[in-house]
Design a protein around this ligand. Structure first.
Ligand code: BDR
Ligand code: CA
Length: 303
């Protein structure tokens, strides 16, 4: 897989899980939770923490159409507040994430693209190289869902770059979607954070610090949350631990025009006998305990 991310606390854990369980061909970064320079720096730090030498390329520094907006109200100014993290040991390999995605997909069969941030890089790659949609195994993305977080109807990753999301959802490749109705079931409760902390003598406390900061953003701002939703990890686990999920096949489209619905993923849940052809695998349920066990296993594997 290629992980396209905007770390981001939950992106960081997606990276750690991918480094342990996937054939990680490379990591690309995009502006989203924080400016591109910071999401790239955070990815470099996390790759160090998990001992991965995977290629790292930065990409788009803003959405296709609208100006950038960052999620410091959730992830802090750095995009990954909550721990004193070591300086990264190496720079990014290049600023040419789009070229890296295209070249890697053309050179390898059955690559999964796993975007856990706004879909800008993926849309740019699909537009520049239309053959990609047929070459890839699919796109396992975190975004959208049956509820919103940035607006009542729109989830942050889709809301930030709806035009890019519309390109991705209509590209014709198999799409697996981890939306908010799924990821909100996957919360890092205090007990689960303690388990992460206990999983590694050195990085456990750093990662728990990150999760406790992330937790405050969620628990203080929401009713009924016991911890932060580990959204982005779901898109990796959907490939590495597919047996942990229940899913359905649905027609999904992205609204780019709506007044109250710009950035909404419209899922056709009508129970019609003759339904519109499905365009996505919508992840519906996750075995959260087993998912967290996989996270702890990945943390324990850090050097
Ligand atoms: C998504 O937005 C970001 O804050 C998270 O990293 C996740 O990708 C959830 O809406
Ligand atoms: Ca993210």
């Amino acid at each position: 897989m290629i992980l396209d991310c905007d770390p981001g606390h939950d992106d960081a854990f997606a990276l750690i899980v991918a480094a342990k369980f996937a054939d990680l061909l490379g990591v690309t970064t995009v502006a989203g939770n924080a400016p591109l320079e910071l999401t790239t720096r955070n990815a470099r730090i996390i790759l160090d923490l998990c001992g991965s030498r995977a290629a790292l390329h930065s990409g788009a520094n803003k959405p296709l159409v609208q100006p950038p907006v960052f999620a410091d109200y959730v992830h802090g100014k750095s995009g990954m507040d909550g721990a004193v993290l070591p300086e990264p040991s190496r720079p990014a390999d290049s600023t040419r994430a789009i070229d890296f995605i295209i070249d890697t997909v053309r050179a390898n069969s059955d690559v999964w693209l796993v975007p856990t941030g706004p879909l800008t890089n993926i849309a740019l790659a699909l537009t520049r190289a239309p053959d990609l949609a047929k070459r890839i195994a699919g796109i396992s993305l975190m975004g959208g869902g049956r509820l919103g977080n940035r607006t009542p109807t729109a989830e942050f990753n889709i809301w930030l770059d709806p035009e890019a999301a519309a390109t991705v959802f209509s590209c014709g490749a198999p799409i697996t979607m981890a939306g908010l109705h799924l990821t909100h079931e996957f919360q890092a409760s205090p007990t689960r954070i303690a388990a992460v902390e206990a999983s590694h003598p050195r990085v456990g406390s750093l990662l728990a610090g990150l999760l406790r900061f992330f937790s405050k953003s969620y628990v203080d701002r929401h009713v009924g949350f016991v911890g932060p939703a580990m959204h982005d990890v779901c898109s990796v686990l959907a490939l590495t631990h597919a047996h942990l999920f229940e899913s359905s096949q649905k027609f999904v489209a992205v609204d780019v025009n709506g007044n109250h619905t710009r950035g909404m993923t419209v899922i056709d849940d009508r129970q019609l006998v003759q339904r519109p052809a499905a365009t996505a695998t919508v992840l519906e349920r996750i075995d959260a305990d087993a998912g967290f066990a996989a996270i702890c296993e990945a943390v324990a594997a850090c050097p």
